[in-house]
Design a protein around this ligand. Structure first.
Ligand code: SF4
Ligand code: SF4
Length: 58
């Protein structure tokens, strides 16, 4: 499983994009895409998010 973004909570601040160790997160305008093929479920994007918009699913 890969991390998921809740678009209803996300502020598109870009904070999580830079912390992903495998560059799985792409932010384009108001679309945040997490590539499930790249994501290694490390949880870094979850910890950094100020509004809890990202979730790691096991
Ligand atoms: S869980 Fe880790 S690898 Fe997956 S998108 Fe978030 S920061 Fe990147
Ligand atoms: S850190 Fe949180 S609010 Fe900011 S872009 Fe990432 S998921 Fe959205």
């Amino acid at each position: 499983m890969a991390a998921k973004n809740n678009f209803e909570k996300c502020l598109y601040c870009g904070g999580c994009v830079g912390v992903c160790p495998v560059q799985a997160i792409t932010l384009k305008d108001t679309r945040l895409i997490i590539d499930p093929k790249k994501c290694i479920n490390c949880g870094a994007c979850v910890s950094i998010c100020p509004v809890g918009a990202n979730k790691v699913e096991k």
